[in-house]
Ligand binder design. Structure first.
Ligand SMILES: [Zn+2]
Length: 86
């Protein structure tokens, strides 16, 4: 198991086997654990666990993170009601 800090948000995430940190191993082989908010999520592979960030599963991280990367700029579809005649 290992713990790393996500630079973007500052959260500390531990990637481990569930039994290493006292969790039920039935959920999956790997688990990503947020040290800050004591939340976790299971993953099938180590790399999946590794690439899971706090904002993916942790409400605390989500609230603490200023700008989710996933939030793209909204496409403003201005309803320019042109009625075809010019
Ligand atoms: Zn968190």
């Amino acid at each position: 198991m290992f713990t790393r800090t996500i630079r973007a948000t500052g959260e500390k995430l531990t990637v481990a086997h569930p039994e290493e940190i006292g969790l039920d191993p039935e959920g999956g082989k790997w688990v990503t654990f947020c040290e800050e908010h004591k939340t976790h999520v299971y993953a099938a592979t180590q790399s999946a666990a590794y690439y899971t960030h706090g904002i993916d599963f942790c409400d605390g991280c989500r609230e603490g993170s200023p700008a989710p990367i996933t939030k793209a700029t909204p496409v403003k579809k201005a309803t320019t009601a042109r009625k075809g005649n010019r």
